[in-house]
Write a protein that binds this ligand. Structure first.
Ligand code: ZN
Ligand code: ZN
Length: 297
C-alpha cells in the first residue's frame, strides 16, 4: 500500500498532535513493569518541551483520551498566537507543564463523573476513535491556513487494548488521515499490541512501536517520534515486524479471522445474513454469502 507521506521539504516545520491515553482503567491497574501514570506523564511533558525546542516554529497539540470522552489539553499555536498581550513568563516550559497538568486534572474529574453511566468496567475502553477524529479536524484547520502550513502528524500514545466496537470509526479516521497525507505514529505503553494502530501506521506511513521497556519511554519518544518527516528518510527507524489485519464484524463488533463480506458495500459480518444491515443489499439465500479469508486485506 502506498505511503501517505507527501514529499517532505528540508525546511519542514512539524505540527505534532499527541493523543494521550489517560484512561484510569488502564493506569489504575498495576502495569507489569511497575510504570506509573506519574512517570508516564513526566516523560511526555519533557518530550513536548523537546519538540518545541527543536524549532521555534514547531507546534504541539495534546489531546487526552479518557474512558468516556476526550479533550484538548494544550495547543502551543493557540497560546503563542495570543501571547502578544501576555507576559513572557507564561511561555516558559514550567508554565506549559502546569497548564497541561491543570487541564488534565479538570478532564479526569469530568471523565470520572461521566463514565459512571458507561456500564460495566470491562466495556470502558479508551476513546481512540473520538480523539483521532478531533486530531484530524484540528489538522484540517491547520492545513487550510493561507500561510505555508506545517507538516502535520499524529502520535498516539496508547495503553489500553483496542476496543472492537470502535473498529468502523477508527478505520474511517485512518482512511481520512491517509487521504490528507497525515502519518499516524503509535507508541504502545500497554502489554498488548494494538491491531488498530498497527494498521494505522501501515496505511498512513507512520511508525509503530511498542517499547520493550516502558520506563525508558522518554528515550524512545525523543529518538524515534521527535524526528520530522524529512529526517526520517535518513534514519533507520523501527519498523513493525508484522501487522494484524484482522477486522471486527459490523454486527457484534467482535474481532474475527474469517467472515462474510457484503459484495456491495464491503461490510463484514461474522455469520451469514439474508440482507446487509448497512446497505440493505439482498443476498442470494440459495448460494449463501461469499466466505473470504482476511476480509480487510
Ligand atoms: Zn458479528
Ligand atoms: Zn452492504
Amino acid at each position: 500500500m502506498s505511503s501517505a507521506m507527501s514529499a517532505p521539504r528540508s525546511d519542514d516545520v512539524s505540527a505534532v498532535v499527541i493523543l494521550l491515553d489517560v484512561n484510569p482503567y488502564f493506569w489504575g491497574t498495576k502495569t507489569s513493569t511497575g510504570f506509573t501514570f506519574e512517570q508516564f506523564f513526566q516523560h511526555v511533558l519533557v518530550f513536548i518541551n523537546c519538540i518545541l525546542l527543536l524549532s521555534h516554529l514547531n507546534q504541539v497539540t495534546v489531546i487526552a483520551m479518557g474512558a468516556s470522552a476526550c479533550t484538548f489539553l494544550y495547543d502551543s499555536a493557540a497560546i503563542d498566537g495570543t501571547a502578544s498581550g501576555r507576559s513572557k513568563q507564561e511561555k516558559r516550559p514550567e508554565s506549559r507543564s502546569t497548564t497541561i497538568t491543570q487541564k488534565l486534572q479538570e478532564f479526569v474529574k469530568k471523565d470520572e463523573a461521566a463514565e459512571t453511566n458507561l456500564g460495566p468496567v470491562e466495556n470502558q475502553f479508551s476513546n481512540l476513535s473520538g480523539s483521532l477524529s478531533m486530531a484530524l479536524c484540528y489538522i484540517q484547520r491547520i492545513l487550510r491556513k493561507p500561510t505555508a502550513p506545517p507538516q502535520p502528524r499524529i502520535l498516539c500514545v496508547q495503553g489500553f487494548p483496542d476496543a472492537p466496537q470502535q473498529y468502523i470509526a477508527v478505520m474511517n479516521s485512518i482512511f481520512s488521515a491517509q487521504r490528507c497525507s497525515v502519518p499516524i505514529d503509535a507508541c504502545i505503553v500497554g502489554s498488548q499490541h494494538s491491531a488498530f494502530l498497527q494498521q494505522a501506521s501501515h496505511i498512513t506511513g507512520g511508525i509503530y512501536m511498542k517499547p520493550p521497556q516502558p520506563e525508558g519511554l522518554f528515550q524512545y519518544l525523543t529518538m524515534v517520534f521527535a524526528t520530522d518527516l524529512y529526517s526520517r528518510q535518513f534514519l533507520q527507524l523501527p519498523r513493525s515486524a508484522g501487522v494484524d489485519f484482522r477486522a471486527s464484524c459490523f454486527c457484534h463488533k467482535r474481532t474475527i479471522d474469517m467472515g462474510f463480506v457484503c459484495s456491495v458495500c464491503l461490510s463484514i459480518f461474522c455469520k451469514h445474513h439474508k440482507a446487509c444491515s448497512t446497505c440493505g443489499a439482498n443476498f442470494n439465500v440459495k448460494k449463501g454469502g461469499q466466505k473470504r479469508k482476511h476480509p480487510s486485506s
